[in-house]
Design a protein around this ligand. Structure first.
Ligand code: ADP
Ligand code: ADP
Ligand code: ZN
Length: 224
């Protein structure tokens, strides 16, 4: 089963992707994580995208499509892909369709996570991430344990993202509404769109997604 988690910055895509990896053995493909990895390891690509990411703009389609192509081709048989933060433009969505086609696979669902802007700002300005394993924390809704160690891996290296400030977030939200939100109509027309209320707590959103994934194929019959 291959799915896309679609939603604005801070909607909870990364958090839910990690739950699906843990519970279903799916493979998370996060272009944001890949780009941050390139930046942290100081590769030429990393240097090229650092400024763009800090400003909250989108990097070029070509860069992220190449990253996804490499990962898909090297992943082999697994529990299915979760695309997290990709695609973000119509060109990326077309490219993903072709890539999956070329390996004899298809998308099963596109899950749109709806969260209003006010909650997004509150979530993102309180976000931190384990520098060792990538577990996502939140000062208010998912605090770092009292002993200062990551619940998942035990490390004590928590980081704030360089782009998790109000100015960059405003730009990221604008990019989302202008360039990414059109994907909602695109996937609706393909009969793949499912929507969850992302304002529930983490467990509630997890349950809504599970109901979609376990609910079978009944939406397929209205497929265009
Ligand atoms: P968030 O968790 O806020 O949704 P991501 O970690 O997915 O953000 O992405 C962080 C930044 O990386 C984006 O603001 C953008 O600069 C870049 N990026 C990630 N994925 C893509 C993509 N599919 N297309 C273009 N840029 C991307
Ligand atoms: P995205 O990958 O869509 O940018 P994240 O999964 O990184 O979003 O979540 C953004 C922030 O909101 C993190 O600090 C995370 O701990 C928190 N968060 C995620 N899901 C929820 C939720 N359902 N309710 C409250 N806070 C959440
Ligand atoms: Zn950790």
């Amino acid at each position: 089963m291959n799915i896309i988690l679609l939603g604005p910055p801070g909607a909870g895509k990364g958090t839910q992707a990690r739950i699906l990896v843990e519970s279903r053995g799916m493979v998370q493909l996060s272009t944001g994580d890949m780009l941050r990895g390139a930046k942290d390891s100081g590769t030429e690509l990393g240097d090229r995208v650092a400024g763009i990411m800090a400003r909250g703009e989108l990097v070029t389609d070509e860069i992220v499509i190449d990253l996804i192509r490499e990962r898909i081709e090297s992943a082999g048989e697994g529990g299915g892909f979760i695309f997290d933060g990709f695609p973000r433009t119509l060109a990326q969505a077309d490219a993903l369709g072709e890539l999956l086609d070329s390996i004899g696979q298809h998308l099963d669902a596109v899950i749109e996570m709806q969260v209003d802007d006010e909650a997004l700002v509150a979530r993102i300005t309180a976000r931190s991430v384990c520098g060792n394993c990538g577990e996502v924390y939140n000062d208010i809704t998912r605090p770092i344990p009292d002993d200062g160690k990551c619940e998942v891996c035990g490390a004590s290296d928590f980081r704030r993202r360089a782009d998790d400030n109000e100015e960059s977030l405003r730009k990221r939200l604008m990019e989302y509404y202008k360039k990414t939100a059109p994907l909602i109509g695109y996937y609706y027309a393909k009969g793949l769109l499912r929507t969850v209320d992302g304002l529930g707590d983490i467990g509630n959103v997890r349950d809504q997604i599970a109901a979609i994934l376990d609910g079978g194929d009944e939406r397929r019959e209205i497929r265009a």
